[in-house]
Write a protein that binds this ligand. Structure first.
Ligand SMILES: NC(=O)c1ccc[n+]([C@@H]2O[C@H](COP(=O)([O-])OP(=O)(O)OC[C@H]3O[C@@H](n4cnc5c(N)ncnc54)[C@H](OP(=O)(O)O)[C@@H]3O)[C@@H](O)[C@H]2O)c1
Length: 270
């Protein structure tokens, strides 16, 4: 049996179990992907407990992507944040970066040479910033808590050009891409948008890591203003593709994963 799972807190929004269980069923792999809401005080026990129980791997989500670095060895860029653990080797990977790269690649929108504002400095913020940097964008990162934003920029600078800008001053910037990496707009969290509406301009590229609802308040507003949009659902599906490949060595069917994700979210929206 292949045992996989996701840990986070809270975890009510995750559709990863639906995606990975559908893949295992399609590939006729006997296994189960389960969601575990783990309290902060029990994070270490949860990871080592899953390993002891014979789990192959775990996904890690909000708010533990950086915290788990205390317990696993990061592979490459995962030293910024870990979203996938291979429990057999106690190694941590970051497949969110690949997820963002694929989301932009599929959108066919040009990123090279553009100025990108990334809002958020957690695991998703750092993954999105790095993916955009790798695609040739100049990244400006902002965050509600300045100290955390500055620390994220310090870490990201190892990989290329990236600066911090305080949230209250982002109206001064000339930006081509806005990427949300905060939970603002997520179902059950808030129905707001993470940036002042005035900074959105026609033709701008707007990406939202939030994928539940599929059309987030930011994406809705961006479409009204005639921005070009990239969905967080693409990031979700491609980070899942890469994670499954790390755990099993098998490339899963992405079209099936997208279909299942959309079905799960449409169902949740009703
Ligand atoms: N599409 C995908 O595949 C994908 C992948 C990863 C994450 N995500 C989504 O991305 C979001 C962030 O995830 P994460 O793992 O990076 O979480 P995280 O590590 O906990 O970081 C959260 C970030 O959001 C900021 N934030 C939280 N509440 C805020 C608010 N009310 N106003 C402004 N900023 C706020 C935090 O700022 P402070 O430092 O000030 O607290 C921090 O920068 C989540 O909604 C998650 O579901 C999506």
């Amino acid at each position: 049996m292949l045992y996989l799972g996701i840990i986070g807190y809270p975890l009510s929004h995750s559709i990863s179990p639906r995606i990975h269980n559908a893949v295992m069923e399609y590939l006729r792999i006997q296994g189960r992907y389960l969601a575990f809401e783990v309290k902060p005080s029990e994070l270490k026990d949860a990871i080592f407990g899953a390993k002891a129980l014979g789990f192959t791997g775990l996904n890690v989500t909000i708010p533990y992507k950086e915290e788990v670095l205390k317990f696993v060895k990061p592979v490459g860029e995962a030293k910024l944040a870990v979203n996938t653990i291979d429990l057999r080797k106690m190694e941590g990977y970051n497949t969110d970066i690949y997820g963002v790269e694929m989301a932009f690649k599929n959108s066919k929108l040009e990123v090279e040479g553009k100025i990108a504002l990334v809002v958020g400095a957690g695991g998703a913020g750092k993954a999105i910033a790095l993916a955009l940097m790798k695609m040739g964008a100049k990244v400006v990162l902002t965050n509600r808590t300045e100290s955390r934003g500055l620390e994220a920029v310090r870490e990201l600078r190892e990989y290329g050009e990236c600066i911090f800008y305080p949230m209250e001053k982002i109206g001064e910037l000339k930006i081509d891409i806005v990427a949300n990496a905060t939970p603002v707009g997520m179902k059950g969290f808030s129905s707001g948008i993470p940036v002042p509406e005035e900074i959105l301009k026609p033709g701008m590229i707007v990406f939202d890591a939030v994928y539940n609802p599929v059309e987030t308040p930011l994406i809705k507003k961006a479409k009204e203003i005639e921005c070009r949009v990239v969905s967080g659902l693409e990031m979700l599906v491609y980070q899942a593709e890469k994670a499954f490949e790390i755990w099993t060595g098998i490339k899963p069917p992405v079209s099936l994963m997208k279909k299942v994700a959309l079905e799960a979210l449409n169902f949740q929206e009703k």
